[in-house]
Design a binder for this molecule. Structure first.
Ligand SMILES: [Zn+2]
Length: 122
């Protein structure tokens, strides 16, 4: 997973700050959970995943471009990422976690994102 998403990328920090500012307490990357989710709210049994638009193929997003060379390699790489995302999500939901996905591009619209977080976490 580390190749797909490093720790402490900017979109993650933005989401953390917002959630913190709203007064919600969370833990970071509980390693025992599938996919090492970014923000974990144990008391609420909720999880927020921050997805990069390119690597996780945000549908319809201008950031989810297709590289111009090695297309087959990229397609395969993206397919594996999405398979893993689906599998992680299914496993989390199976054991009772509710999951919100925040896309990287959403972290540029702070007010909208704040509303989304509040709705999800409340
Ligand atoms: Zn996006």
């Amino acid at each position: 997973m580390s190749r797909v998403r490093g720790r402490d990328t900017t979109p993650e920090i933005i989401v953390r700050k917002l959630a913190h500012g709203l007064g919600f307490r969370f833990r970071l990357q509980k390693r025992e959970l599938p996919g090492k989710p970014d923000l974990v709210f144990p008391a609420r049994k909720k999880i927020i995943l921050v997805h990069g638009c390119f690597w996780h193929r945000h549908r319809g997003c201008p950031k989810a471009t297709m590289p111009k060379s090695n297309i087959d390699m990229w397609k395969e790489k993206f397919r594996r990422n999405l398979d893993r995302d689906r599998k992680n999500l299914a496993e989390l939901e199976q054991v009772g976690w509710r999951v919100l996905i925040v896309w990287q591009c959403e972290t540029r619209k702070l007010q909208m994102l704040q509303r989304k977080l509040r709705r999800f976490l409340a």
